[in-house]
Design a protein around this ligand. Structure first.
Ligand SMILES: NC(=O)c1ccc[n+]([C@@H]2O[C@H](COP(=O)([O-])OP(=O)(O)OC[C@H]3O[C@@H](n4cnc5c(N)ncnc54)[C@H](OP(=O)(O)O)[C@@H]3O)[C@@H](O)[C@H]2O)c1
Length: 275
């Protein structure tokens, strides 16, 4: 999802880039990494990850290999090539029990196996001490790939009503906004760990209501508790990431309603073209 957003952004801005993906590029294979991360490359943007949050509960070794050990290999290659490593992490590195936004330097206490694997990736990068920018984000969505916005839009067209959890609060993030904000941070010379999400905060129910209203206003969205949809991995009740340091560098983040509206319009436009 995020890799596509980056590709589109770099093309639109006419910035030269090279992509690397499976099967040629496997982050768990140091030799494969060395073929791509060579001296002269200025910036390496790592959008790859093991992202199956529930799957990680049963396959934590695999999640840790990709999100932890592999990120260590990439950090090593970036150190050697003297490239800036831009890496993405997650709100799930926090415990999810807070009642105010998680600060960038808040205590790392992952709430599930995926969070542990991503925390391991952060640790690997910091231990290597190359030039890095770790950007934690949350609730990613885009007009492409599999994500909550596309799923709810589809379900709203198929069903008369939907139940969506109203006891998990966080910050949605448009992948296009994330890529654009990342580029601004790189251009401003930002380093270290920062948070990038859409502005504002909401529950999944609040988020779904706006999506369904756009896709099919006749579909009724009702709130429910997480206990009605048990999942293998624990989800945080509260995962709002503090945006203060990021906004001090690149200005206020657009609200999630603004970014969502932009994505919904693109989806509508694509559907109209398909008809
Ligand atoms: N999605 C969210 O809500 C969310 C929230 C917080 C943070 N993040 C973070 O944001 C970043 C981007 O997430 P996303 O949702 O855009 O991810 P995504 O769509 O799931 O894409 C992940 C990519 O990583 C590739 N990949 C998996 N294992 C690999 C390996 N061993 N070597 C090379 N590539 C590999 C996958 O390839 P295949 O498709 O071929 O398997 C896929 O293209 C990730 O770091 C993620 O942890 C995401």
């Amino acid at each position: 999802m995020l890799g596509t957003a980056w590709r589109k952004l770099l093309e639109a801005k006419d910035i030269p880039y090279r992509t690397a993906a499976l099967p040629e590029f496997d982050i768990t294979d140091p030799n494969a990494i060395k073929k791509f991360v060579t001296p002269g490359i200025g910036v390496v943007i790592n959008c790859c990850a093991y992202t199956n949050v529930d799957g990680a509960e049963e396959s934590e070794d695999m999640a840790t290999l990709v999100n932890g050990t592999g990120v260590g290999y990439l950090s090593e290659a970036c150190c050697q090539a003297q490239a800036l490593l831009v890496h993405y992490s997650t709100d799930y590195v926090f415990n999810g029990n807070a009642s105010e936004p998680y600060k960038v330097d808040g205590p790392i206490e992952p709430c599930n196996a995926y969070g542990r694997s991503k925390a391991e990736g952060e640790r690997e990068i910091r231990d290597h001490d190359c030039q890095y920018l770790i950007l934690r984000t949350s609730w990613l969505y885009a007009p492409w790939a599999n994500n909550f916005v596309l799923t709810i839009a589809k379900l709203a067209k198929e069903k008369e009503s939907l139940q969506v959890v109203d006891d998990q609060r966080g910050r949605p993030t448009s992948a296009e906004h994330l890529a654009a904000a990342s580029l601004k941070l790189i251009e401003e010379g930002a380093r270290g760990t920062l948070h990038v999400t859409d502005g504002g905060e909401c529950t999944w129910y609040d988020f779904a209501k706006v999506i369904a209203e756009h896709a099919n206003p006749a579909c009724k969205v009702e709130p429910c508790g997480s206990e009605q949809y048990p999942r293998p991995a624990v989800r945080p009740a509260y995962s709002v990431l503090d945006l203060g340091p990021t906004e001090a560098i690149i200005g206020e983040m657009p609200s999630w309603q603004t970014n969502l509206n932009n994505v919904l319009n693109q989806i509508g436009h694509k559907e109209a073209q398909e008809v």
